[in-house]
Design a protein around this ligand. Structure first.
Ligand SMILES: *Cc1c(COP(=O)(O)O)cnc(C)c1O
Length: 447
């Protein structure tokens, strides 16, 4: 349900720029920031946000941007969604923290019930809650190792799983995530993924290649878990070929390997279903959630088969802030909002509209080599015309051009040559059209 927000900007179609971008107030804040915040904490666009509503973010200079990134797929149901904000505010007045592993509370149990009901599969499930996606990844690996008694973990090429030390070992990209931050956790292996645009393989062929690597480099007997994003996020919205993920999972099941779906970017309505696994007929052993689960408050979860999740002994899982009651209240509101179904329809609408508009752009701009995605998770990849060779620099140039016109765009891809769209599900077709025409201008300006 799209309830008008506090600032009621939701129905507007065009951005509003009152100053140059970034404006004078943002520039002043940025100077202060550079004196106290390390440069390793970057910002894609140093405009300092003052309020946000639906698909809009408004900066301290009064410039209103159409946000097509949603804080990397976090504010999926819209910035400051009224139901989530109200639920969190009510909870703030009652109790903010006890620590579930000291004295528990109902919200944790309720959210675990919701995750059990809405993650794929009818089997008995358990959920543990944590604070960030990387923490969910870490806990999933702990649980899989404890359950299997095996040591090795496999991740896919172009994967991204977070910024803690274990996750760094699983990420595809060294720069900027891992370089200089080693040593890394041992027994983490990377194997080829399915990347139809670049490898031209069918799902069965790509799966055979991946499984061949798993068997030759690790051996099923030592492998605790395989982790995969159903659609790779930071890797550039790589949608695997049909049949790839089910074949990989089938091999895992046959060999007692835990199959972990990292749905941190793809889950909770983003692709028009509760979880992207559903599009591929996947029933993962463990499902990881974070990003969109609590409408902007920090929360993450590991949900999975009871017999796997129950492997760690009491006290083996936990953490001071994991399952914060305020975040949980917002998350329960997210589930309520999604259960109404309109947001799923919005994700499908946004996907269909963007896909059509981007495909039309690709017919006129030869550097767009591929348009792909599912639901409100769409992207285009920029290549040297007539090849699949990544075109350097163009994606960043398009994002910078768009920012100057009030459109916030995110890049992605191991080669940085992908523009990805993660709009809030409150974004209208007319707002998307505004963005696409700016991108059209940006592509024209690139020549
Ligand atoms: C963002 C992301 C993570 C890491 O989540 P954090 O909350 O930043 O730790 C892990 N996996 C995927 C697929 C992500 O998109």
């Amino acid at each position: 349900m799209t309830v008008p927000g506090l600032f009621s900007d939701t129905a507007l179609i065009t951005p509003r720029l009152r100053t140059e971008v970034p404006g004078p107030r943002s520039r002043a804040l940025h100077e202060r920031r550079l004196r106290v915040v390390p440069r390793g904490v970057g910002s894609v666009l140093p405009v300092y946000i003052e309020h946000a509503d639906g698909p809009w973010v408004t900066d301290v200079d009064g410039n209103r941007f159409l946000d097509l990134g949603s804080g990397i797929g976090v504010t999926t149901i819209g910035h400051t969604n009224r139901a989530a904000v109200t639920a969190a505010a009510d909870q703030l007045d009652r109790v903010t923290h006890t620590l579930f592993t000291v004295t528990p509370y109902e919200g944790y149990v309720h959210l675990a019930e919701l995750l059990a009901a809405h993650t794929p599969g009818d089997h008995e499930k358990r959920t543990m809650l944590a604070n960030s996606g990387a923490e969910a990844v870490e806990n999933a690996v702990k649980i899989a190792r404890r359950h299997t008694g095996r040591r090795a973990v496999a991740a896919l090429d172009h994967a991204f799983h977070g910024r803690t030390n274990l996750a760094l070992a699983m990420n595809h990209r060294a720069v900027p995530y891992g370089a200089g931050f080693g040593p890394f956790a041992p027994d983490v292996h990377r194997v080829p993924n399915s990347y139809p645009y670049r490898d031209g393989l069918s799902g069965a062929e790509a799966a055979a290649r991946t499984i061949g690597y798993l068997e030759q480099r690790i051996g099923a007997g030592d492998l605790a878990a395989v982790i995969a994003e159903p659609i790779q996020g930071e890797g550039g919205f790589v949608v695997p070929a049909d049949g790839y993920l089910p074949a990989l999972q089938e091999w895992c099941t046959r060999h007692g390997v835990v199959f972990i779906a990292d749905e941190i970017q793809t889950g909770l309505g983003r692709t028009g279903t509760w979880f992207a696994s559903e599009h591929f007929g996947l029933v993962p052993d463990l499902v990881l959630t974070a990003k969109g689960i609590a409408a902007g408050l920090p929360l993450a979860g590991v949900t999975g088969r009871a017999e796997i999740m129950d492997a760690p002994d009491p006290g083996g899982l936990g953490g001071t802030f994991g399952g914060n009651p305020v975040s949980i209240a917002a998350a329960v509101a997210v589930f309520d909002e999604l259960a109404e179904g309109e947001f799923f329809a919005d994700a499908a609408r946004i996907g269909a509209h963007l896909r059509a508009r981007l495909t039309e752009l690709a017919s006129r701009h030869r550097i767009i080599g591929d348009v792909r995605g599912i639901g409100a998770m769409q992207a285009f990849e920029l290549s040297e015309p007539g090849t699949t060779r990544p075109l350097a620099g163009a994606a960043t140039a398009i994002a910078e051009f768009a920012a100057q016109r009030g459109i916030l765009l995110l890049t992605a891809g191991s080669d940085g040559n992908v523009i990805r769209f993660l709009p809030t599900l409150t974004t209208t077709d007319a707002q998307l059209d505004t963005a696409v025409s700016v991108i059209d201008d940006a592509l024209a300006a690139l020549g």
